[in-house]
Ligand binder design. Structure first.
Ligand SMILES: NC(=O)c1ccc[n+]([C@@H]2O[C@H](COP(=O)([O-])OP(=O)(O)OC[C@H]3O[C@@H](n4cnc5c(N)ncnc54)[C@H](OP(=O)(O)O)[C@@H]3O)[C@@H](O)[C@H]2O)c1
Length: 340
């Protein structure tokens, strides 16, 4: 089988090589999927840039989500058949024609599921579900800030928060604000030209926010935390700011790390506010049944028409570098998908 192998850190046209690889072996708890398409996640950009600690050592096949058909079923797996259409959160290995993965990260989808929509459901919607329905439970009327709201996870969070009846403040780059309005974001904020915390303070005054979803990291978390009112929760699930400014730099990493601020449990107790970190890789590895519940929830809402992923870029495997460029350039909206 063929795979797009990450062979060096740096620009996408030099980082990947299409190589012949051995077929994966399907362990007892796994399913082997023949991949129709795989999705890009921002973590792939960070892995390619050498900024992602959890990435496997090179040469590596990265990638978190696929859509395809079941090729082989492990001996302990009872609820899937060969030929069934599925999506999966794969914890790497997705940039390949075949991938074997834990069956608890696999969900059956209708045969006519669009490839881009299907791959968005796995990692990005699965993450958004975990953040907004498991880690914190959104309630009707809550005031919710979603950073990078036009991205893959951001789009999913907006749709879930609006479905719950929340009032949504969404940040994005200038050219994406119309998209936020189309999605029903109540207060789209251009955080490239204005200060999002000053804007929200003007709108909310002392009352503050109920929930903040932050994928930027660093000072954005510190500012977001200060916007929370009593009972507020901040979910920190990314550090996109780490990639700002070109090459990997230890100074940049320290600056972002310090930017998060110092948070103490006593402060949480006194102000009745909280900060929760999310890493779906840890959930997938250590709490696979939780992951399964998230993915089943997402697919159920998708089938009911409550969730509708936005596909912001569809590429073929020979355009992998362009797909990475689009995601890294901050010009993408929603999901970027690559087909074999
Ligand atoms: N913790 C987890 O388990 C987990 C799981 C999935 C994703 N994530 C994180 O969630 C975030 C979103 O992931 P995604 O795959 O859905 O990507 P995405 O949101 O589709 O793409 C990243 C977006 O982040 C925004 N952004 C803000 N600051 C940025 C910066 N300094 N450099 C580049 N982009 C910046 C850009 O939108 P604007 O131009 O509008 O700002 C960009 O389009 C990422 O940080 C990712 O690492 C975490």
């Amino acid at each position: 089988m063929k795979a797009a192998v990450l062979v060096r850190h740096g620009s996408p046209d030099k980082a990947f090589e299409i190589r012949e690889q051995a077929m994966p072996t399907t362990e007892a708890h796994q399913i082997c999927i023949q991949v129709e398409a795989f999705g890009l996640n921002f973590a792939d950009v960070m892995a390619r840039r050498g900024l992602y600690e959890d990435a496997p050592p090179m040469p590596a096949v990265i990638g978190y989500d696929v859509i395809g058909h079941v090729h082989e079923v492990g001996s302990d797996v009872n609820d899937f058949q060969v030929g069934q259409k599925v999506i999966a959160l794969t914890r790497f290995g997705a940039y390949a024609e075949y991938v074997a993965t834990d069956a608890r990260g696999v969900v059956a989808v209708p045969e006519d599921t669009d490839a881009g929509e299907g791959v968005a459901l796995a990692t990005q919607y699965g993450t958004a579900w975990y953040c907004s329905q498991v880690v914190t439970n959104l309630y009707e009327g809550e005031h919710v800030l979603i950073q990078a709201a036009a991205g893959g996870v951001g789009t999913a969070l907006v749709q879930l928060a609006k479905h719950r009846g929340c009032i949504v403040y969404g940040t994005a780059s200038t050219q994406k604000l119309d998209y936020l309005r189309e999605m029903g974001v109540d207060y789209p904020i251009d955080y490239r030209t204005t200060s999002f915390d000053a804007e929200i303070r003007k709108l909310r005054g002392e009352a503050g926010l109920d929930v903040v979803f932050d994928s930027i990291g660093g000072a954005s978390v510190k500012k977001g935390y200060k916007l929370l009112g009593s009972g507020g929760r901040l979910i920190a699930y990314g550090a996109a700011d780490m990639t700002t400014g070109g090459r990997k730099s230890i100074f940049k990493m320290i600056k972002v790390a310090l930017g998060f601020g110092v948070h103490s449990p006593i402060g949480f107790l006194q102000s009745s506010r909280g900060l929760i970190g999310v890493n779906m890789l840890r959930i997938a590895d250590d709490r696979p049944d939780t992951l399964k519940r998230c993915m089943e929830g997402v697919v159920d809402y998708y089938k009911k028409g409550i969730l509708k992923p936005k596909v912001g870029g569809a590429f073929t495997i020979d355009q992998l570098a362009e797909a990475h460029d689009l995601l890294e350039s901050r010009k993408s909206i929603g999901k970027v998908v690559v087909s074999w």
